[in-house]
Design a binder for this molecule. Structure first.
Ligand code: ADP
Ligand code: ASP
Ligand code: MG
Length: 295
């Protein structure tokens, strides 16, 4: 039995939420598991604003945003992880990513120029900072968890920066080769969602909400039995409950209905999410991190 659990930004807001996620993984995992994570809630929005400020060359806001991003991540790392060893391990990923983010944003601000490649380097840093912290939290509850970027996990894409498309067959093969033996040996790969790598080694992003797509791509490569999308709603609804107050929960929807909803803007799902799993009939379950017993 292989499951893929995807935790969105709404599930990883702060240290308390991430520790809760670790407890959920411990309670709900079955035999083999891959975990996919988004950036901390709001961080991708902040990175987009940072890249816009960098492009304009406005130094003050760039510095303020960089400082806030550093403070948030260092604080969440400390809030989440209690053991020296797991803190050090997560910091080994966090520190160079923060440094790289600062260098890229400052370089762009100096030149008043941001290439699509540099922008993806910036946008991908959210998942590269949150996911090692989540992996650390899983280790602290006694699970054998290893952090990987999307590219390390085998998500290989074209170079359409900002909305990159995975090279599906290549990615599936790589994912099988990388993650297959890990899950077989009882380890839990904790993969940064939303990001991939081109064949020439550039970081790419899959478009807003892309972690859902990372999860289903991995599920199809491993021929998983199920995908769980953990979010802050009880399920897919007839409309966005933040906008439509009497939106109803849909108990069950077909792949094509859900796919249509996603394409037409249902934000709970990245538009391409269902393509990989529909082919194989892998069921997707929406689960509320704060109400996991809800069917
Ligand atoms: P996550 O960070 O967990 O991926 P998102 O913000 O991307 O969360 O998606 C969850 C949000 O999507 C919900 O809080 C809800 O407001 C919104 N949403 C939009 N359309 C729908 C829909 N049809 N059904 C459920 N939620 C929806
Ligand atoms: N962090 C990215 C976003 O906010 C991807 C995701 O959450 O799925 O769009
Ligand atoms: Mg989402």
């Amino acid at each position: 039995m292989t499951s893929v659990f995807k935790f969105g930004g709404t599930s990883v807001k702060d240290g308390k939420c991430i520790r809760h996620v670790a407890k959920l993984v411990e309670a709900y995992r079955k035999e083999h598991l891959v975990v996919v994570c988004s950036a901390l809630d709001g961080v991708t929005d902040e990175l987009i604003l940072l890249s816009e400020d960098a492009r304009k060359g406005t130094e003050r806001p760039v510095e303020e945003r960089l400082r806030r991003l550093r403070v948030i991540h260092e604080r969440v790392l400390r809030q989440t992880l209690r053991q020296q060893q797991s803190r050090r391990r997560a910091a080994r990923f966090l520190a160079p990513t923060l440094d790289q983010l600062e260098r890229t944003a400052r370089g762009a601000a100096t030149l008043r120029e941001l290439t699509p490649r540099s922008k993806d380097l910036i946008l991908s840093s959210g998942e590269r900072m949150s996911t090692p912290i989540v992996a650390g939290a899983l280790s602290e509850v006694g699970l054998k968890a290893d952090y990987l970027t999307g590219g390390e996990a085998g998500v290989i894409t074209d170079d359409n920066f900002g909305d990159a498309m995975p090279l599906v067959e290549t990615s599936k093969l790589q994912i099988q080769q990388t993650l297959g033996p890990m899950v077989e040996s009882g380890r839990i790969p904790v993969v940064a969602g939303y990001i991939g790598l081109t064949q020439t080694g550039d970081l790419t992003t899959l478009g807003r909400g892309g972690s859902d797509f990372t999860a289903t791509l991995i599920a199809s490569a491993l021929i998983a039995d199920e995908v769980w999308i953990w979010s802050d709603v009880d399920g897919l609804m007839t409309a966005d409950p933040r906008i439509v107050k009497d939106a109803r929960l849909l108990k069950q929807v077909s792949y094509s209905e859900a796919g249509e909803m996603a394409v037409l803007g249902a934000k709970a799902l990245h538009p391409r999410t269902l393509e990989p799993v529909a082919e194989l009939g892998i069921p997707d379950r929406f689960t509320n991190t704060l109400n996991p017993r809800n069917e």
